[in-house]
Design a protein around this ligand. Structure first.
Ligand code: NDP
Length: 280
């Protein structure tokens, strides 16, 4: 049982990654992101999920410095944007992220989307392998990759990603992908774990939450953890940042887990990765 905010999953290269992190998509650079990151660190979070395209790496980096927490106690993820899949361009994009964050290494670097129309994600993966071999990043992975995208990069390079960060929540339970990743030793990480805040309006989840004396968000985050999935809920409000971390003192029953599993309707809030071609 995952019992503590400092509990970690062990990735396929032995690196430890916290089960809970703060997501910062759509959080403004400057005071907004700095306040959110500091609030999270004060609440005990040690993992932050950003991306070059979020435009807030600078603020994340400033908050990390201001927090005074030793760098090695933090786990920082950022992502290679879709326009930068060419090998040399990817290496340069990584250096730019490092500079913006003010760090000398990244804990986890992900290919943000495969962008199948460009047919460049194998090349991008080779660049990430190079960064890993050079010790600039402790673990490399992918995001929004279907099974066939993952198979393709493994077949081309022999290197298995440590993480696949995908949309995953009660309306999109991703059972097949979860099973595949488990077999391959790839840690699944849920983005939009709270269905972008909409979990609060699902009747069945509210009923379960009431039974445990927890909020719908807490129940859903706990459901993810019990499914072996890393979560990175986003909030800019200190009370919610704390609420989302207060999930380590209860355990959902098997039947409640199943009830949430059964809410699946394969609904995505973001595009299907096979149809996503945005590189702007
Ligand atoms: P989430 O499912 O985390 O939901 C965030 C929304 O829910 C915000 O509107 C937030 O509002 C609200 N919220 C947060 N906590 C609570 C709570 N306890 N009760 C009620 N509402 C709450 O959505 P995201 O799409 O932001 O996903 C999380 C993270 O995943 C992102 O920030 C990003 O880091 C990552 N991500 C990655 C993607 C990828 O392609 N790899 C794509 C999308 C996200 P408020 O801030 O006002 O509190």
């Amino acid at each position: 049982m995952i019992k503590n905010i400092s509990d970690c999953t062990t990735l396929n290269n032995g690196v430890k990654m916290p089960w809970l992190g703060l997501g910062v998509w759509q959080v403004n650079d400057g005071p907004e992101v700095e306040r959110a990151v500091i609030a999270a660190i004060n609440a005990g979070y040690r993992s932050i999920d950003t991306a070059a395209i979020y435009g807030n790496e600078r603020g994340v980096g400033k908050a990390i410095k201001d927090s005074g927490i030793p760098r090695e106690e933090l786990f920082i993820t950022t992502k290679l944007w879709n326009a930068y899949h060419d090998y040399d361009v990817a290496l340069k994009a990584f250096d730019d992220s490092l500079k913006s964050l003010g760090l000398d290494y990244i804990d986890l670097y992900l290919i943000h989307w495969p962008i199948p129309a460009r047919k460049k994600y194998v090349e991008a993966w080779k660049a990430l392998i190079k960064l890993y071999e050079e010790g600039k990043v402790r673990a490399i992975g992918v995001s929004n990759f279907h099974i066939h995208h993952i198979e393709e990069i493994i077949n081309a390079t022999g290197v298995i990603p440590a993480v696949n960060q995908v949309e995953l929540h009660p309306y999109l339970t991703q059972k097949q992908l979860l099973e595949y990743c488990k077999k391959r030793g790839i840690q699944v990480e849920a983005y939009s774990p709270l269905m972008r805040g909409k979990v609060a309006s699902i009747r069945e989840i509210s009923a379960i939450a009431e039974k445990y004396g927890k909020t719908p968000a807490q129940v859903v985050l706990r459901w993810h953890l019990q499914n072996g999935v890393v979560v990175i809920p986003k909030s800019v409000h200190e009370n919610r940042i704390r609420e989302n971390a207060d999930i380590f003192d209860f355990e959902l029953s098997e039947s409640d887990m199943k009830e949430i599993d059964n809410l699946n309707i394969n609904k995505r809030f973001l595009p299907d990765p096979d149809k996503m071609n945005y590189t702007g």
